[in-house]
Design a protein around this ligand. Structure first.
Ligand code: GLY
Length: 407
């Protein structure tokens, strides 16, 4: 590796060393998305929306180092990913895997697509295209949105009904899979669905003040917009910080693929809200509307995602680049400083203090008692985006042969 002199070089080297050690520790298993407060992960993680992050981390390290040992470690997951993309109901049940939903981009973009970019593997290209088809099949023609979730065990009848017409801010991170599929096949249907979805969310999920709804409901029959709702956040009218980070980064990536100025401006509006809403020490609360007291949980995974989003946007908007980059560097300093996990072998994780889901709902018993849930955890997706952020800061790119998004 070259050029390790900046302040990001040292943590990047430390985290790459952890990737080598974790390859040995995890074998063919996947870390469970949310780890323990001490920075360790259980290794029973397969079957969720997070399946792509650990293999994706190995691929990012391979892209940077070109060490064949890392490629071999990644390729141990190829059969699992191929089977996952087939989305066979019986195999999903037998393997304890949730059926695929809009989150296919999180599973297959950093794995199958990057593997194809790095090696030209036709099998991984097929896997990526299979996943893109799963996403395309979720497009609601009249409503012009990609449907977010499937039914889950234990859903109430009302929630099942609501989910037939629900879009979610996170999905902005999955549309690059459709833009990629358009580029490799030349088939306009992928690009058209992606562009229509991004336009729809741009108009509905971003509020006037630059904050975002977590999800947005539509009439499942007519596609008429109904209104915003929050599942992960503090309240329907609140702004869940990780969802908001998905919006910054997702709009910025869509802007990269389309060159559309309105989409880049939506990302900028979300970025301005983010930068103006952080805590005095530069951290992101788990929800921007949650009351600010000394026990307020933060979410470092949101900070890592936003860091990448601000850097991506800085590359697209030269007039705003200095302020956006400064905001990103402040986040990266917190992730590699105050929130860094202890060194291996004490911790496999890179970053502590994530919040995997709602910590408490407005007016709930948990809020009143301070018995918060889902807080103070390392998160495998937080680690993924923190590592990506360091690569962007240290190298200026993700070292993928065709540009990190296949452009
Ligand atoms: N995409 C799910 C989450 O951010 O929790």
């Amino acid at each position: 590796m070259v050029g390790e002199k900046s302040q990001w070089g040292r943590p990047l080297m430390d985290w790459t060393a952890k990737i080598y050690r974790n390859c040995l520790a995890y074998g063919d298993d996947l870390p469970f998305a949310a780890g323990k407060a001490d920075g360790s992960y259980a290794t029973n993680g397969k079957g969720h929306w997070t399946d792509g992050f650990w293999p994706g981390l190995i691929l990012l390290a391979y892209a940077d180092t070109r060490d064949p040992a890392l490629l071999a470690s990644y390729e141990r997951y190829v059969p699992f990913l191929e089977e996952r993309a087939a989305n066979d109901a019986e195999r999903n049940r037998a393997n304890g895997c949730l059926p695929l939903d809009h989150d296919v981009g999180f599973i297959f973009h950093f794995t199958a697509v990057y593997h194809w970019m790095l090696t030209g593997s036709e099998a991984s290209k097929r896997t990526g295209l299979q996943a893109a088809q799963v996403l395309l099949d979720r497009f609601h023609e009249r409503g012009e949105f990609l449907r977010a979730w499937n039914d889950w065990e234990g859903d109430s009848p009302d929630f099942r009904e609501e989910k037939k017409g629900k879009a979610i801010v996170d999905s902005l991170m999955n549309v690059p899979l459709l833009f990629w599929a358009h580029r490799v096949t030349g088939e306009a249907r992928y690009r058209d669905a992606a562009e229509r979805h991004v336009r729809r969310l741009r108009g509905l999920i971003v509020r006037d003040d630059g904050s975002t709804h977590h999800t947005f409901n539509f009439n499942p029959e007519t596609g008429e917009p109904i209104g915003g709702k929050s599942v992960q956040g503090y309240a329907d009218e609140s702004c869940w910080s990780r969802g908001h980070a998905w919006a910054i980064y997702g709009f910025a990536l869509a802007g990269r693929y389309t060159g559309d100025r309105q989409t880049l401006l939506a990302a900028r509006k979300c970025a301005a809200y983010w930068l103006g809403s952080l805590l005095p020490d530069g951290d992101a609360p788990w929800d921007f509307a949650a009351p600010r007291n000394e026990r307020l949980p933060i979410d470092t995974s949101a900070m890592a995602v936003a860091c990448c989003g601000l850097l991506e946007l800085a590359a697209r908007l030269p007039d705003d680049a200095a302020a956006l980059r400064q905001g990103a560097e402040r986040l990266a300093s917190r992730l590699t400083g105050a929130h860094a996990a202890p060194p291996f072998p004490r911790a496999g994780a890179f970053v502590l203090h994530g919040c995997s889901g709602p910590a408490y709902k407005k007016g709930s018993r948990e809020e009143a008692s301070g018995q918060y849930r889902n807080a103070d955890q390392p998160l495998i997706f937080g680690d993924y985006y923190a590592y990506e952020a360091l690569l962007r800061l240290q190298r200026g790119s993700l070292m993928l042969p065709m540009g990190f998004d296949g452009s």
